[in-house]
Design a protein around this ligand. Structure first.
Ligand code: GLU
Length: 375
């Protein structure tokens, strides 16, 4: 993309059900999916990582199963999702594949982004797909999600994924071309807002409540998504997907609303690590490791001299210097017993010991906050 979207290096595109599924028939709008796949291929060719958050599983499945109009019971929507998701994923795989892109299906439940351990696991998987130049096609795992444990709408799921993956842009494509001063269906005088610098209570008041019949989200959940994205350093665009190649249209300056990112993702994320998690243990490190940390490097097992506490992978731990002073906090990559086994060891030894290849950091620098650095 040579225009507005060209600065963005990692883009999450959330696509609403109404764009993907033909009314109540359960038939996918394949021609449109081809056109968005063209856009995705164009973004990818420009060097950006692209992630698709695709709705449509329930809408499609209910059509195929001939379920009645109106609200579905939980078990009905779970069944509909099972039927819809398998076909949805196949078509994504086909339309992306036809453009030389490999699709990888990722189904998430709420806990995968809210619990640190599972968050790290989901992030590593999606990160690996991106490293391999595959396009993650993500949806909520509606077949097993129940009311208490689901995001419920893909606007917020998209925002969580964008924040989790350190994306710089989230695009919400639906039947709405942006934020208006009031819901346009109810107020003919409503004006379109091209740029939102900050989501203030006034901005929130502009969003009505309801979504369309097919999708769960309305402007309200989009603003919620905007809050989650922008505080994490992700800009958000709301644009209409009711055209062919909607990303190219936005890129060329077509109508949309841009919500500017508030901070850079590292800062927001580090503030979160520093401020919001109870440390479950402590790692004492040697002087060399303290120096490495101060130079912005990861904490390697070799520099760890003592492991305390009963933590699990993904828990927050304190990092102590040889005199016992806290120098950092971070999310540890191993359970306490494994950390104890590998402390003081070199990466090579650990690969043999644990029979793993690749990453052996005790705390990756992205998951580490130096004392006084944030929050
Ligand atoms: N995950 C739902 C589905 O695929 C869509 C949720 C939404 O509409 O936001 O059917």
């Amino acid at each position: 993309m040579g225009g507005l979207l060209s600065p963005f290096r990692r883009v999450v595109v959330k696509i609403g059900s109404a764009l993907l599924v033909e009314g109540r028939t359960g038939v996918l709008k394949r021609a449109w999916m081809e056109s968005i796949a063209d856009d995705v291929a164009r973004l990818a060719a420009g060097g950006a990582d692209v992630l698709i958050v695709s709705s449509g599983a329930i809408a499609m499945g209910r059509g195929v199963l001939g379920l009645p109009a109106g609200r579905l019971k939980l078990e009905e929507s779970q069944a509909a999702a099972a039927v819809g998701q398998i076909a949805l994923a196949r078509v994504w795989s086909e339309v992306l594949g036809a453009r030389g892109l490999t699709a990888g299906q990722v189904l998430l439940t709420l806990g995968d982004t809210e619990e640190r351990r599972r968050y790290l696991n989901a992030r590593a998987t999606v990160g690996t797909l991106l490293k391999m130049k595959a396009v993650p096609v993500i949806n909520e795992n509606d077949t097993v999600a129940t009311t208490e444990i689901r995001y419920g709408d893909n606007d917020r799921l998209g925002a969580r994924v964008a924040a989790m993956m350190g994306a710089d842009l989230l695009v919400l494509l639906s039947d709405i071309d942006g934020l208006y001063t009031a819901p346009p269906a109810q107020d003919p005088a409503a004006r379109h807002i091209p740029v939102v610098d900050r989501i203030t209570p006034e901005v929130e008041a502009m969003a009505g409540a309801a979504g369309s019949e097919l999708s769960r989200g309305g402007m309200k959940t989009k603003i919620e998504a905007g809050k989650m994205a922008t505080v994490a350093g992700v800009a958000m665009i709301i644009a209409s997907g009711k055209v062919d190649r909607p990303l190219s249209v936005v890129d060329a300056g077509g109508i949309h609303t841009l919500f500017k990112a508030e901070a850079n993702p590292v800062t927001a994320r580090k503030a979160w690590i520093a401020g919001h998690l109870e440390p479950r243990g402590a790692l004492t490190v040697d002087a060399g490791a303290v120096r490495a940390l101060n130079q912005g490097r990861s904490l390697l097992p070799a520099g760890v001299t003592r492991v305390e506490g009963r933590f699990g992978r993904g828990d927050a731990v304190r990092v102590l210097d040889p005199s016992g002073l806290e120098v950092a906090r971070g999310l540890v990559a191993y359970d306490a017993d494994v950390a104890e086994r590998i402390r003081g060891r070199s990466s090579g030894e650990i690969e043999t010991l644990l029979d793993i290849a690749g990453r052996t950091e005790m705390i990756h620098r992205d998951d580490l906050v130096l004392k006084g650095e944030a929050g």
